[in-house]
Design a protein around this ligand. Structure first.
Ligand SMILES: Nc1ncnc2c1ncn2[C@@H]1O[C@H](COP(=O)(O)OP(=O)(O)OP(=O)(O)O)[C@@H](O)[C@H]1O
Length: 337
């Protein structure tokens, strides 16, 4: 994926358009005078899970609705599977599965009747039994939809979105309301259909879900992409953290440590204990330096922890207003694509 106005994407390797299932260039969408999406560019490679994240009102749903062919872009170009989703809706819909936030299930029908109805409506062929098995609803096949739990309804929605193994699947907050076990099962199914070659666009407010599933991610704020790239590129936009506690740190060796490491070192003393915290963009290098330093000075490090930033930290670090976005850099980057 390449992004025109994302920080992490600046280092991303551009790829050819033919590798892309989705290609969005300079997308603008206005509701009347209000600009909901303001110059967004990205592409989603075939066979990857791409997570579109963002604050409330960031423009995710609007972008999704443009990709699904429900809205005509105000300006910019959008291609899904080589077609315009708005002008060539039939071509795109025949190869796309969509799981909306709002379920379209019919309460009076049983689970299997719902799938049989879908069999008649969908342009793709499939077998209800395969889908029931896929989403672990075999034993609920003859139960009316109205009797299903919220999680079971979500799984049935999911089954309908992957009916006939579409090439492109849009999952809009797929695990809302699922218990941890059902959520894990659904994650496994998403990974399985990705491994089978589907391209998946996921939106979610659960950052651990994006972290578990997505190959690439974009975080939107106020109609723009704030940060984008592969998961590791995005996580690297916030420093990693190393921490440890030691009771064997002689005062005279402390000074040498900050010259050894590249990151920002903080030492706090409480009685005989020294708490060491290091924020670094060079996790492996600084961890190696720290361990070498500890060995040389015979320092024992207790509770040693080293971890990259989480997606949640990256999300929290996204500036929450336009003026803090570094507009000049963002626009200059956009102009190159
Ligand atoms: N039909 C509409 N008419 C006018 N403004 C709208 C309309 N739909 C959305 N908006 C506005 O456009 C902006 C983007 O909305 P959108 O629903 O795309 O955001 P979102 O990222 O999906 O948010 P959320 O996470 O809260 O669902 C918001 O400020 C919203 O109020």
């Amino acid at each position: 994926m390449t992004m025109s106005n994302g920080t992490a994407a600046r280092g991303a390797i551009p790829h050819h358009r033919e590798d892309a299932t989705v290609s969005v260039r300079d997308l603008v969408y206005r509701y009347g005078e209000f600009v909901a999406v303001e110059g967004v560019s990205f592409s989603i490679r075939r066979g990857e899970v791409f997570a579109l994240l963002g604050t409330n009102g960031a423009g995710k749903t609007t972008t999704l609705e443009v990709l699904e062919g429900f809205r005509k872009p105000t300006s910019g170009s959008v291609e899904v599977l080589g077609h315009s989703p708005f002008q060539e809706r039939f071509e795109v819909q025949a190869r796309t599965g969509i799981m909306l936030q709002e379920s379209g299930l019919i309460d009076e029908m049983t689970v299997v009747q719902m799938l049989e109805l879908w069999q008649r409506l969908s342009p793709r062929d499939d077998d209800p039994s395969r889908l029931l098995d896929l989403v672990h609803l075999v034993e609920r096949r003859d139960v009316p939809v109205s009797s299903l739990s919220g999680g079971e309804k979500r799984r049935l929605d999911f089954a309908m979105s992957v009916w006939g193994s579409p090439e492109f699947v849009v999952l809009d907050e797929p695990t809302t309301g699922l218990d941890p076990q059902s959520r894990d099962q659904l994650w496994q199914v998403v990974q399985r259909i990705r491994d089978d070659g589907a391209t998946i666009l996921l939106t979610t407010h659960y950052l651990e879900e994006a972290e578990a599933l997505a190959d690439r991610v974009a975080i939107m704020n106020s109609g723009r992409v704030a940060v984008a790239g592969t998961m590791s590129e995005v996580l690297a936009t916030v420093p990693a953290r190393i921490s440890a506690v030691s009771t064997s740190l002689p005062g005279h060796v402390l000074g040498g440590l900050d010259r050894e490491v590249l990151g920002e070192l903080t030492l706090t003393t409480e009685g005989a204990q020294v708490f060491l915290s290091l924020e670094t963009r060079q996790l492996q290098r600084d961890l190696t330096r720290l361990l070498d330093w500890a060995r040389q000075h015979d320092v024992h490090l207790d509770e040693l922890r080293a971890s990259p930033a989480s997606l949640s930290e990256v999300f929290m670090a996204v500036p929450r207003n336009d003026s803090a976005f570094g507009d000049t850099a963002v626009r200059a980057e956009g102009a190159r694509n």
